[in-house]
Structures are given as C-alpha cells and as structure tokens.
Design a binder for this molecule. Sequence first.
Ligand SMILES: O=C(O)CCC(=O)C(=O)O
Ligand SMILES: [Fe+2]
Length: 189
Amino acid sequence: MTQLGLFTEQEAGPAGLRHTDHFIEPATEQALIGRIAALPLQRFQFGAFEGNRRVASFGYRYDYALQRLTEADPIPDWLSPIAHRVEAWAGLPEGSVRQVLCTEYEVGVGIGWHRDKPHFDKVLGLSLGAPCKFRFRRRSGDKWQRHTIEAQPRSLYLMDGEARSQWEHSIPPVEARRYSVTFRTMKRA
Ligand SMILES: O=C(O)CCC(=O)C(=O)O
Ligand SMILES: [Fe+2]
C-alpha cells in the first residue's frame, strides 16, 4: 500500500466515532479521580483470565461467568450530573445512560482488542488523569483498517454506528496512571 493510501485510510476513521477535548474542567477531573480511587475497585474478571485493570460497575455489570447482565449498585449521586452532561452532548434523552463503568489503569496496563457486549447500545468514555492512544481496527479483506485517536485527559468519545458495531478498539499499556468513566445505554429499555 502507498503512504498516501495508508494516510487516507487513517484519516477516514470509523463512522459513528465522535471525540471532543476539554469536556470537563480540571477541578471536576480531580474530584472524579478522587471518587474513583476511593471505590472498592475489583480486578477485572474475564472468565479464568484476570485482567490488570481495576473496575467498579454501576447500574448493571456484565457477568462473564454467567454470560449475562446482572444488576449492580445504582449510579451514585456524584456520577449522575456527569452522566447527564454526557447524554446532553450525545443528544440522548436524560436517563439513557444505564450503566457506568469506572476503570483504573496502572502504568503498563491497557485493554486488548474487543467490541463491547451487544447488550449495550451507545458507548461513551471520559478519560481522566493521563492520555492514552485509543486504537480502532476493522478487517478489510486480508488487511486491517486502522485508526487511532489521542484520548487526552478530560476528553470524551462516543462510539456509535460502525465504530461501535464493526470496529474493535484497544488501548496499549499506558505510561501514567489513567482512569476512565464509560457510560453505556442499553439495546432494549
Ligand atoms: O478506558 C476506556 O476508555 C475504554 C474501556 C473499554 O473499552 C471498555 O471497558 O470496554
Ligand atoms: Fe470497550
């Protein structure tokens, strides 16, 4: 493939991906990090495999052993105003976000290639504390189409449409401790 071909492919990006910097103020970011760090975060359980990232779920959690959604603690008061701002930005009715996942990535921790569970519909993510490369890939014949965004702290992304249903995403090991808050709507009400 020519350089130009590669470049054009990178530029195109997944349809349904939106990304904005400076979604929240630094003071709000610090307050959220403080709240998340104080949560009883659990090492992510993926069947027999234990990931290195630590998480807390609200609203619902996906139980990998049972392979279904189970109820979790309700979305706490300190997260609701942010969830509502996220809904407003995405043009979603208030209350659409039914699941919130708080994640901590220590230095050297990332997340492998995946698509989020089909039980969820739109997926939005707020980055906190440190930047990461947020990578996308999609099979195209015997090649991969790829796209990467720099997810800066305080930025927000939306995965909808093809970015959500066709493209996989991953984060390579982070260089400084990063937190994220993932907001998900449900496929069926
Ligand atoms: O940390 C993030 O921004 C993304 C996390 C993610 O892809 C997931 O939990 O499904
Ligand atoms: Fe994901």
